[in-house]
Design a protein around this ligand. Structure first.
Ligand code: NAP
Length: 294
């Protein structure tokens, strides 16, 4: 494949995503702030690394990015060694970071001045989805160039959808996080109650997962929650970042999200318990710790 791709940010998600592109035959140049990860990536996949985002981006037809938050994204795009200044006119920047819709609009405007096309394209599906190439990608941006990035996105996605203009990918991801927050808290409370009632929790889940209470969280997380294992999946620190973005946006668009706001507070209790890097199902640990305390 002749298209040149740069991939910025080789974290839990970016590392395998960039790997899928190399395996598909794209010419991939990676950049990671911590250089050792870029070197490790090049040892595992066919491709090269650069020492700055600008260097990685300057020859690229498409630049993909998956860093932490709004500020990180601003740094790798507009910072001193940022990608935007180096990208060629007509090149495309696809951002997979979960950010605010505001930063997507801000960067799309900056990109337009430089004749770069910007897409916000946050992902869902977690580490396993990234590794197995089974992510869901919600995209905001121009319909015309969407067809140009679709073959690339399909290398690591099982479903990709253009949601509308710039920012609509991030707004869709916010809906995703709102839905997850309520479902996980509901599951945690149900399991906590079942234990208090001295029911066999596994048997309860076996029955109710066949009915209307079934969910992905119930199918995939109940056993690890029961075992008190939270060292996998999407970290609480990231979830709090995402819920912060959601609640800011809700203030702007005047949505009422009482449960989401409450669950955000429960996640702050997980952090206070030392669970910043635990996964989102650790809401159960908060409830269980309260029972133990009484
Ligand atoms: P991660 O493992 O912490 O990786 C973050 C990446 O961003 C690392 O490569 C890090 O570089 C880089 N980075 C952070 N700040 C930077 C800066 N200022 N300049 C340059 N590079 C910077 O995070 P992740 O789990 O891959 O998540 C990445 C994004 O995807 C986040 O927005 C997250 O919310 C979203 N997401 C994650 C999941 C998940 O399950 N993990 C699922 C869906 C969406 P270093 O290596 O130098 O630290």
């Amino acid at each position: 494949m002749t298209q040149k791709i740069a991939f910025i940010g080789l974290g839990v998600m970016g590392f395998p995503m960039a790997g899928h592109l190399a395996k598909a035959g794209y010419q991939v140049t990676v950049y990671n702030r911590t250089m050792s990860k870029a070197k490790a990536w090049c040892a595992e996949y066919q491709g090269s690394y650069s020492e700055t985002p600008a260097e990685a981006a300057k020859q690229a037809d498409i630049v993909c990015c998956c860093v932490g938050n709004d500020d990180d994204l601003r740094q790798v795009t507009l910072g001193e060694q940022g990608a935007f200044a180096a990208m060629k006119p007509g090149a495309i920047f696809v951002d997979h970071t979960t950010t605010s819709a505001q930063v997507a609009s801000e960067l799309a405007q900056q990109a337009e001045h430089k004749q770069i096309v910007f897409f916000d394209a946050p992902v869902s599906g977690g580490q396993a989805g990234a590794e197995n190439g089974q992510l869901t990608i919600m995209v905001g941006g121009a319909e015309q160039q969407f067809t140009e990035i679709l073959p690339l996105l399909n290398c690591y996605a099982r479903f990709v959808k253009l949601m509308g203009g710039i920012g609509s990918g991030q707004l869709t991801k916010m809906v995703n996080q709102i839905c997850i927050a309520g479902v996980v808290q509901g599951l945690a409370e149900g399991m906590h109650f079942a234990r208090s009632a001295e029911l066999d929790v596994a048997a309860v889940i076996e029955v109710i997962s066949k009915g209307a209470a079934q969910s992905w969280q119930m199918e995939n997380r109940y056993q690890t929650m029961l075992a008190g294992e939270y060292n996998h999946g999407f970290a609480v620190d990231w979830m709090r970042k995402d819920l912060g973005i959601v609640l800011d946006e809700a203030r702007r668009n005047q949505s009422h999200l009482p449960v989401t706001a409450l669950v955000d507070q429960f996640y702050s209790e997980v952090q206070a318990m030392g669970g910043s890097r635990w996964d989102t199902s650790s809401l159960f640990a908060v409830l269980e710790s309260k029972r133990k305390a009484t």
